[in-house]
Design a protein around this ligand. Structure first.
Ligand code: NOJ
Length: 581
């Protein structure tokens, strides 16, 4: 069989191109418009995952269709029109596989099924078809580092040291004193080793004991896990977000991790050690390249690429390795640095420049403002700056990911102790690691349970107290709402290639002002973005003079100076583009 266009391109790239050469452009003869949008951006050589915007659905909390208080796949399907109206391009769905839910789906007991609480494979197929019909790509979560302890592989593995699947997990003899084999710690508190009395050995788990680590040094396990990708690609998914990739491989010699001199009370207990031997091991890149090879042999029905997005919380220099030698790794190693960088113009500007400068040639940037593990942006920065942050996210160079609910400015919801669900909070209480506050049900309308569930069952997590006012229906009717701002930003980004694929040029701004130009290199069109990260009125950069405000976070026509907490996109109006305000 002839190789697919993408596979052929990758093979060619591997044979003949060095790390320092720019990447090959996607061959134009294989380009197919995925979602023709009349009158909007012209096709270019960028892939859909470069031009597009990803939206993360946390399925337990998006929409419940059967009244059990837990969101499900038919629920997601029923809300696809919200995503289409919002203007995103791809939906990433957190795990939907059968799972005992010790870590709410990140403990998979069957990699090729659907958890009954979420629906069935038929529901999944219907969802993919309905998403594709709306021009939305579907990205699944792939959890390769660990399975559930109830996965049949682990049940076999723990049954006997002689079992053929024993080596599919990480087993070690006790230390001479009978304790764990070394000092490694679990991310969720406690040791990373659990003793199995039946076989007299310990197994390793970077997370919960219910999440034993898979052994990627075993070729059969590796092959079985790559088959999982093939299964879902064959069912039509457009890519994967790959969970906890930096944990995939551990030190072959099982050396102790060194103590962390910077650890202080209040920090996660797992941070008492520097994860020198449990994280970011060099061998991981071979495994990622294998995943990528599988992905690249599954070009979609239109000849378009599938995407792999890697989850690795790493400093920028180490993150860059996850693009892989000669870009053979993830297309998008998640860039989480906006989550931790102080929200000041100078720091954020420096971050963008540092990240841009570190990108390997041809590597595509990406930005994240929130997800199901981190405090919501409106809680971190306050509602006014959350609007500025949305403009930043959607005007930076690179693929943005929006977490569900951020488009209406949802806040972290305090969870009463008796309703805590997150195993991390239960293991390490009161230090603020609990992730339930960011996983509360989506707020759709002002009706009972905010429209999340219409059944008698209580939602699995409490609703935000403000859901009567902060919800999709109310904000859709308000032309200045956070939702209207997101829709306007996404429409502008789609209409303006300068914003989606243009170059990024930093511009000197007044105090508190982060300013940059986005320039469409094909047409020369230039847009200026000026973001006031403070609460005082500030001057616009000189480059704005004589140009029009195309969009203000105030959702009006702008003002001669930047108002407190205001962000603007400034430029000459494009032909055929009406002001969103
Ligand atoms: C990262 C996921 O985002 C998080 O929710 C999960 O608990 C861990 N990986 C373990 O799978």
């Amino acid at each position: 069989m002839a190789p697919s266009p993408v596979a052929a391109r990758v093979a060619n790239r591997k044979e003949s191109r060095s790390w320092f050469e720019p990447p090959l452009p996607a061959p134009m003869e294989h380009w197919r418009p995925w979602r023709p949008r009349v009158g909007l951006a012209m096709p270019d050589e960028h892939a859909w995952w470069q031009r597009g915007v990803v939206y993360q659905v946390y399925p337990r909390s998006f929409q419940d269709s059967n009244g059990d208080g837990v969101g499900d796949l038919p629920g997601v399907l029923s809300r696809l029109d919200h995503l289409a109206a919002l203007g995103v391009d791809a939906v990433w769905i957190s795990p939907i596989y059968p799972s005992p839910m010790a870590d709410f789906g990140y403990d998979v007991s069957d990699y090729t099924g659907i958890a009954p609480v979420f629906g069935s494979l038929e529901d999944f197929d219907r969802l993919v078809a309905a998403a594709h019909a709306r021009g939305l790509r579907v990205i699944l979560d792939y959890v390769p580092n660990h399975s559930s302890d109830r996965h049949p592989w682990f049940i076999e593995s723990r049954s006997s040291p002689a079992n053929p699947k024993r080596d599919w997990y990480v087993w070690r003899d006790p230390a001479p004193d009978g304790g764990p084999p070394n000092n490694w710690l679990s991310e969720f508190g406690g040791p990373a080793w659990t003793f199995d009395a039946t076989t007299g050995q310990y197994y390793y788990h970077a997370y919960l004991p219910e999440q034993p680590d898979l052994n990627w040094r075993n070729p059969e396990l590796r092959a079985a896990m790559l088959d999982v990708l093939r299964f879902w690609f064959d069912r039509g998914v457009d890519g994967f977000r790959v969970d906890a990739i930096h944990h995939l491989i551990e030190d072959a010699a099982f050396r102790d991790n060194p103590p962390n001199p910077d650890w202080k009370p209040g920090m996660s207990p797992a941070r008492r050690l520097i994860r020198a031997h449990t994280m970011d091991q060099p061998e991981v890149h071979d495994e990622i390249a294998d995943m990528r090879r599988v992905s690249d042999t599954h070009a979609d029905a239109h000849g378009g690429e599938r995407v792999l997005i890697g989850e690795a919380y790493l400093p920028i220099d180490r993150l860059m390795a996850y693009y892989g030698a000669d870009l053979s790794g993830f297309q998008l190693p998640f860039n989480f640095h906006l989550l931790s960088t102080p929200w000041r113009a100078r720091e954020i500007g420096a971050l963008v420049e540092r990240y841009e400068a570190a990108l390997p040639p041809g590597a595509w940037p990406n930005w994240v403002l929130g997800n199901h593990d981190r405090s919501r942006v409106a809680s971190r920065l306050g509602p006014a700056q959350a609007r500025v942050a949305a403009m930043l996210l959607l005007t930076l160079r690179g693929t943005p990911t929006i977490y569900q609910g951020e488009e209406i400015g949802m806040m972290d919801v305090p969870i009463p102790p008796e309703r805590v669900q997150d195993p991390w909070e239960r293991n390490v209480p009161s230090l603020g690691f609990g992730r339930d506050p960011v996983r509360t049900p989506m707020q759709w309308d002002a009706g009972p349970n905010a429209g999340f569930t219409r059944g008698a069952a209580e939602p699995w997590l409490p609703l935000a107290p403000d859901h009567g006012a902060v919800n999709v229906a109310a904000q859709a009717a308000d032309p200045r709402s956070m939702l209207s701002l997101h829709r306007a930003l996404l429409a502008l980004r789609r209409a303006e290639p300068a914003l989606s694929v243009g170059s990024y040029i930093p511009i000197e701004g007044a105090e508190d002002v982060l300013a940059y130009e986005r320039r469409d290199t094909a047409t020369g069109r230039r847009l200026l973005v000026a973001l006031n990260l403070g609460g005082q009125e500030r001057e616009l950069p000189d480059a704005a003079s004589g140009r029009r405000t195309l969009l203000s976070t105030y959702m009006d026509n702008g003002a001669p100076r930047l108002r407190p907490d205001e962000g603007v996109v400034v430029g000459e109006p494009a032909a055929g583009l009406s002001s969103p305000a």
